[in-house]
Write a protein that binds this ligand. Structure first.
Ligand code: ATP
Length: 444
């Protein structure tokens, strides 16, 4: 399938089935904003829960926090964002549209859109991505704040609070998931680059030592890649890309991206950064609060170094959809990992107008939904219902038929149902009283 077709298919499926809608659509939209529909909200929640489970729940050396979006503006001065959170902006002198000077493909595409006219670009100027807002009853310079441009700062300013309120000892990490806002010059590629999005990050604090730094940087590179593979990404669609020194952000001593093989070419999904002591030192300098850590064993004091993994939520979700989309004969399948699938199972009575079938199916549905998200469908023929569930990634479809009631030829099939597997389309007969365990085991 041509790659651009794939992107169009995903955008259309996302809208049609309720994964993602354009933000404020009835008012003509708001560029760079998206709303997650009923299925998208489930997928996103499952994705974040899965990450949290891996990063916080299953580890001894990690804790999680949830910091405020709005911060004292001094925090953004300290972190360097007021000065250096910039993209190079150029303007087309013909139509005054603005673009990022560091995205040659986008510039070339715009140049061809002017057909025969010769384009001239303005000289690149620095454009700050922080979104400003006013807080308080007066709209003045003093009440100006920023909506956070990334979620890291909320962790850094709480470093002391976390150390003092928990039993963490270096090396340890802090995980966080939350919204970030950027006045992107060219939001685009659906939810790949938006102006409001979510991030999930780990800040992992270590001893300030070159060898430790290299060791943990490599550790987080490999374990991040493993996690993406574990939640279902095809390995061939992922790769590392190390940053050259000139390309690194102002805070980074080392930096690598995990990239995805997107329809428009390989592009960033997550960044892994060796931030050294940049953040804690700067916050110490700007706040006057001592940010050093005292080693409980030796009594030695130091400002730790920080290895960060910084991923979006929306961007990997787009990549997951692209990665999981398949067309087989006449059906479309989202081969999502069962942990991520919005519904784990769907329950159907074979016929909607047979109360005995509906009653048994409804009981199965009500029992299973206590355990996980389950869909109900009694419209149209069974084939169409299967296809509708395949398209949204539901791993199992459960059908209650006349055999279930003991009204079929084979009486042994009483109290059993047909369970159909999304990926193989194979069906098997399962006893109703073992269904909950069957589903639990399969989606584990
Ligand atoms: P890009 O240059 O592609 O805009 P970036 O290098 O500025 O990204 P980081 O600041 O390293 O991105 O942010 C970490 C992660 O947050 C990215 O890898 C991406 O997954 C996500 N992210 C960043 N900006 C956006 C955005 N505008 N929309 C959606 N996700 C984003």
């Amino acid at each position: 399938m041509p790659k651009n077709d794939l992107m169009e298919k995903i955008v259309s499926l996302a809208k049609r089935r309720g994964f993602v809608f354009p933000g404020s659509e009835i008012y003509g939209g708001l560029r760079g904003t998206w709303d997650y529909g009923p299925l998208g909200a489930l997928l996103k929640k499952n994705f974040k829960d899965e990450w949290w489970r891996e990063m916080v729940q299953l580890r001894d050396d990690m804790v999680g926090i949830d910091a405020a979006i709005m911060m004292n503006p001094r925090a953004w001065e300290a972190s360097g964002h007021v000065e250096a959170f910039v993209d190079p902006l150029v303007e087309c002198k013909l139509c005054h549209q603005r673009f990022r000077a560091d995205k040659p493909d986008e510039l070339r595409e715009h140049e061809t859109s002017h057909k025969k006219e010769k384009i001239e670009w303005t000289a690149p100027q620095k454009f700050n991505l922080l979104v400003k807002a006013y807080l308080g009853v007066l709209e003045s310079k003093e009440s100006e704040i920023y909506l956070r441009g990334e979620i890291t700062n909320g962790v850094q300013v709480n470093f002391k609070n976390i150390v003092n309120s928990t039993r963490v000892k270096i090396p340890f990490g802090v995980a966080q998931i939350g919204k970030a806002f950027r006045n992107e010059i060219t939001p685009g590629n659906f939810i790949f680059r938006s102006r409001e999005f979510e991030q999930m990050e780990v800040q992992f604090y270590i001893k300030p030592d070159e060898k430790e730094g290299e060791k943990w940087f490599e550790y987080w590179k490999q374990s991040s890649m493993k996690w993406f593979a574990k939640i279902g990404f095809k390995k061939t669609n992922l790769r590392f890309r190390d940053h050259e020194p000139a390309e690194r952000a102002h805070y980074a001593r080392l930096a690598t991206d995990i990239e995805f093989n997107a329809p428009w070419g390989w592009d960033e999904m997550m960044g892994i950064h060796h931030r050294g002591d940049w953040d804690l030192k700067r916050h110490q300098e700007y706040s006057g609060v001592d940010m050093s850590y005292t080693d409980p064993d030796t009594g030695g004091k130091y400002i730790p170094w920080d290895i960060e993994t910084s991923s979006g939520v929306d961007r990997p979700l787009l990549f997951l959809l692209l990665d999981a989309y398949a067309e087989e004969e006449d059906r479309v399948i989202l081969k999502l990992h069962p942990h991520l699938a919005p519904y784990k199972a769907a329950v159907f009575p074979l016929l909607a107008n047979k109360p005995q079938l509906v009653k048994v199916a409804r009981k199965i549905y009500d029992d299973l939904r206590k355990q996980c998200m389950v869909a109900w469908d009694d419209r149209g023929n069974i084939g169409k219902r299967y296809y509708a569930q395949d398209e949204i990634g539901t791993p199992f479809c459960i059908t209650v038929d006349f055999d279930t009631l003991g009204d079929g030829e084979d009486k042994k099939l009483k109290d059993t149902v047909t369970v159909r597997d999304r990926d193989t389309a194979k069906q098997e007969r399962i006893a109703i009283d073992t269904l909950a365990d069957f589903i639990a085991e399969k989606i584990q």
